[in-house]
Design a protein. Sequence first.
Length: 220
Amino acid sequence: MGELIGYVRVSKADGSQVVDLQTDAMLAAGVRKDMVYEDRASGSRDDRPGLDHCLKALRAGDTLVLWKLDRLGRDLRHLVNTVDDLATRSIGLRVLTGHGAIDTTTAQGRLMFGIFATLAEFERTLIRERTIAGLASARARGRVGGRKAVMTPAKVRLAESAMGHPETNVAALCKELGVSRQTLYRHVAPDGSLRPDGCRIVGAGRGTGASGDRRIEALS
């Protein structure tokens, strides 16, 4: 039987938030104290060294233990991709609290996460369709020509989704978005991951006071 390895996170690094509640839940679930990794950073950030070390420490047969589902992913797509990667490595996921705890080492838990994966694909499709419709509408009103093209949160999300597929034609995507290849790659990497400029735009698009984890929070 593999190890139980925990990951905890609070959004602020100034000491105003503590991980005690999450850590206590980990210990109660059987995770050893020296097997709990932590971060003090927003979930929307790419640079989370605690999570990186945690994922590297996991081996086949181990189980990643979370206090709530929103502690892990930047958004629903990142969450699903991360858990898919864990499953490929024969690593389980156990979520201790939230609206329905999850344990992917059980048939019921795998079914529940399959629903999340379906929702993530549905979300990507909606973003793609709305962005394409919005760009077509802007072109019809003559708002694209002669104006400096900029990346919006919707464009970044479409680019993030499209660049993750090897069959994507980058030139066609740039034309659809109305941006140069240089602008595209400044925001989204060739593998579909967000770069710092893209993260800033997506974060700003969530609105003042909105939590970057809100969509996941509603599911956990």
